[in-house]
Design a protein around this ligand. Structure first.
Ligand SMILES: [Zn+2]
Length: 296
């Protein structure tokens, strides 16, 4: 009897609700004239936004290399997302974390500075006679992000994408999402560390040695120095910061309505500093936030 009750719901018709007949309903939110939004509007919007982001992510031209070699079903997107957001370091913000995140994204998007990327970015440094640049380690194949993994078996892992096979293999043993996640993250961290030291660092060292041998390294140093000099020159030409009223000073002192306009060193009105700060004198109005007025 219990089985019969449980399977009852499978055969009956779905429940239809005519929203027009609900007297207290103020409005019925609709999605693209398709149907009513029948759940929490934030969750509803989140699903749509995520679908849109995922769509634009998979259409990224740099990722087409993956899809040429692997079908979408071979990739576990949930774990790939978790891995890309995973912090391997002990700090929330550090240069080490930034470095690791940058490496992850560059490797995923196939833009690590290999021969093909370098010659495309600095055409003046690499003479057309030496193109395409050969891999500095094996010296036979063209140097590219695709060449970093020769075996092809762990291509996805090396490029920071979690294969579905890996997740399934671990999950059949753990049967627990949290545990699977922890194993996958540890596994990815170890593989990435191994890849970084054994392949990428070796590749970079050999590339630098080759660039020194061909004279490209000296040209590159010269170019970087010139760029730095130009940047410094720009920095010194900027407005001295003492001209800008500090926010803190305005907050601590009950200044009468403060109004100032800012001009750059040449006496021209500076467009970036069009914010005038107003603070009212009335002490009883302390809870009222200070107004920031954009003047035209
Ligand atoms: Zn090679």
């Amino acid at each position: 009897m219990a089985d019969a009750e449980a399977s009852k719901g499978l055969d009956i018709l779905p429940i239809s609700i005519n929203l027009k007949l609900i007297p207290d309903a103020i409005m019925v939110p609709m999605w693209d004239s398709i149907g009513p939004i029948d759940k929490d509007i934030r969750k509803f919007c989140k699903n749509i936004t995520e679908a849109k982001i995922f769509d634009s992510f998979t259409n990224n031209s740099k990722l087409q290399t993956f899809f040429a070699r692997h079908s979408l079903s071979e990739i576990n997107w949930t774990f790939t997302k978790l891995w890309l957001a995973h912090n391997e370091t002990n700090s929330i913000y550090s240069s080490e974390k930034s470095k690791k995140d940058a490496f992850k994204l560059k490797s995923l998007n196939h833009i690590l500075p290999c021969g093909d990327v370098l010659s495309a970015h600095y055409p003046s440094l690499y003479n057309p006679d030496i193109l395409p640049i050969k891999c500095p380690i094996c010296k036979t194949t063209d140097d590219s992000n695709q060449h970093l993994d020769q075996s092809h078996l762990i291509y996805l892992i090396i490029h920071n994408v979690v294969p579905d096979h890996l997740v399934t293999l671990i999950h059949t043993h753990t049967r627990n999402f949290k545990l699977t996640k922890s194993f996958v993250m540890d596994f990815m961290t170890h593989i990435q560390q191994y890849f970084y030291t054994s392949i990428w660092c070796r590749h970079t060292e050999s590339m630098v040695a080759w660039e020194k041998h061909t004279g490209i390294h000296a040209k590159k140093t010269k170019m970087r120095r010139a760029k730095r000099r130009a940047q410094n020159k720009k920095k010194f030409q900027r407005l001295p910061t003492s001209n800008v009223l500090p926010l803190k000073r305005l907050r601590n002192h009950h200044l009468p309505c403060n109004f100032a306009k800012f001009y750059d060193a040449r006496g021209h009105y500076d467009d970036r500093l069009r914010i005038n700060y107003f603070q009212c004198d009335n002490n009883s109005d302390l809870h009222v936030p200070r107004w920031i007025i954009l003047t035209s």
